[in-house]
Design a protein around this ligand. Structure first.
Ligand SMILES: *Cc1c(COP(=O)(O)O)cnc(C)c1O
Length: 434
């Protein structure tokens, strides 16, 4: 294992990591996975309580997803999607259209590429409609939409963004409906409506130069699982329609059941103009993202002029192995009635976290679907790293964001696993050195 650690430090540049920090805290050397558990090269087991950065849904080495990929391997591993097509990409596109109510699935490889695709498609739509000046973007404060240059322009996480500010397009951020920011006595709903008024105040002035409003529906993940009332999305839909601005819902983190419905936007009963999907789409197996849109948007690109088409591509667009993994994931959702089963499970897990929720250091304990989060009062600098290390010592892999601790386990996590997690969190909270 030490050998793997020294080799990774020499050869691999790890994501979102100050590499020098690996001297003090080496990464886990993972040899294999089993359901929600990771097993390191020394045989130690760790509960993957954050689903490997929110991608895993049905556990590691899931036999059903494994079988689908193996079957596809014997047929065709990859073929370019310009000038060719294949059954997995067609079947996946059909099923995603049925599930979301939008269609014309356009594929990328990562979440950030889906954001780029939606942003480009939206501005290109307006250009094709004779309104090329509608090319600006609005997003929420503290929002996250990925870290490539275009996606980072609509992201609002200073740690990721400030360094690269000179490279980025100017965009506008409007107040976040994050319910924690409501004033004393104000309901989450009332606060969300007040924030929607701020969105309207912006659109009233700037709709003519705005292509789209992009939003993480219901939960802003990367800022620390900020949750807000669905009325905000409902109002944002009305405003985007009224002011002729596209509504892009970034379901990259929350799609595929995370918030308790298949897609978060369903809870506001709205129809977005674009939906971005990734992360859970393949159950955490293979990189794949998709953007779905309306017939109206699609039609604006359809014609004889090549440049009117959406001339965007990635080499692995619509990769058959990734599409088969995604189809296997959708099969599991159907066969196991996952959304309904998770509703019961979420309630049970919330009960198991009751002592954590009531701990005196805990603020703003919150839950939506299969996401739990709380803020820790009086957290000293380095809290996140200390809690991460302490939890690892107890066999739980968890990475707080600042002073926010969150749990986003694979859906195959059992009540016994959850008891281990709850006990670990409680022990960490009771440890005044963390
Ligand atoms: C993770 C994430 C992205 C970016 O996805 P990558 O695959 O990491 O590029 C975009 N939007 C949201 C809401 C995310 O959580």
């Amino acid at each position: 294992m030490d050998d793997l650690i020294s080799r990774t430090r020499a050869a691999v540049w790890h994501p979102c990591t100050q590499m020098k920090a690996l001297e003090a805290t080496p990464p886990l050397a993972i040899a294999r996975g089993e359901g929600p558990w990771l097993v390191d090269t020394g045989g130690r087991r760790y509960l993957d309580a954050i689903s490997s950065w929110w991608v895993n849904l049905f556990g590691h080495c899931n036999p059903r997803i494994n079988a689908a990929i193996v079957d596809q391997l014997g047929k065709i591993e990859h073929v370019m999607l310009a000038g060719a097509t294949h059954e997995p990409v067609v079947a996946l596109s059909e099923r995603l259209a049925r599930l979301t109510g939008l269609g014309h699935a356009f594929y990328g490889s990562d979440g950030a590429s889906a954001t780029e695709i939606a942003l480009k498609m939206s501005a290109h739509f307006w250009r094709n409609a004779g309104q090329a000046e509608k090319n600006g973007y609005v997003s929420l404060r503290n929002g996250y939409h990925g870290e490539t240059v275009g996606a980072l322009s609509v992201t609002d996480i200073p740690l990721f963004k400030a360094t690269y500010a000179p490279l980025l397009r100017n965009t506008v951020q409007v107040p976040t409906p994050d319910a924690r920011l409501a004033e004393a006595g104000e309901t989450a709903e009332g606060f969300a409506l007040r924030c929607a008024d701020a969105l309207e105040a912006h659109l009233v002035e700037h709709a003519a130069e705005t292509a789209a409003f992009i939003v993480e529906p219901l939960v802003q993940g990367a800022t620390g699982m900020a949750m807000y009332h669905p009325i905000y999305l409902k109002r944002a839909r009305e405003l985007c329609t009224k002011y002729r601005v596209h509504l892009i819902v970034d379901e990259i983190a929350v799609g595929f059941g995370r918030t308790g419905t298949m897609f978060a936007f369903e809870q506001a009963a709205i129809r977005p103009d674009f939906i971005c999907l990734s992360k859970g789409i393949t159950g955490g197996y293979l990189p794949l993202s998709a953007v779905l849109t309306t017939d109206e948007v699609y039609a604006a690109f359809y014609g004889d002029a090549t440049a009117r088409g959406f001339l965007h591509s990635h080499s692995y667009t619509g990769n058959p192995l990734a599409c088969r993994a995604a189809l296997a994931v959708l099969d599991i959702f159907e066969a196991d009635q996952v959304i309904a089963a998770n509703r019961v499970k979420a309630q049970e897990f919330t009960g198991l976290l009751a002592d954590v929720a009531m701990h005196p250091r805990v603020r703003h304990f919150r839950q939506r679907g299969m996401i739990w989060a709380f803020d820790v009062a009086q957290a000293q600098p380095g809290f996140s790293a200390r809690l991460h290390q302490a939890a690892l010592g107890q066999g739980v892999f968890i990475r707080p964001i600042g002073n926010t601790v969150y749990v986003m386990p694979p859906y195959v996590t059992s009540a016994d696993d959850m008891r281990i997690l709850a006990a670990t969190l409680l022990a960490c909270l009771k440890n005044s050195n963390i």
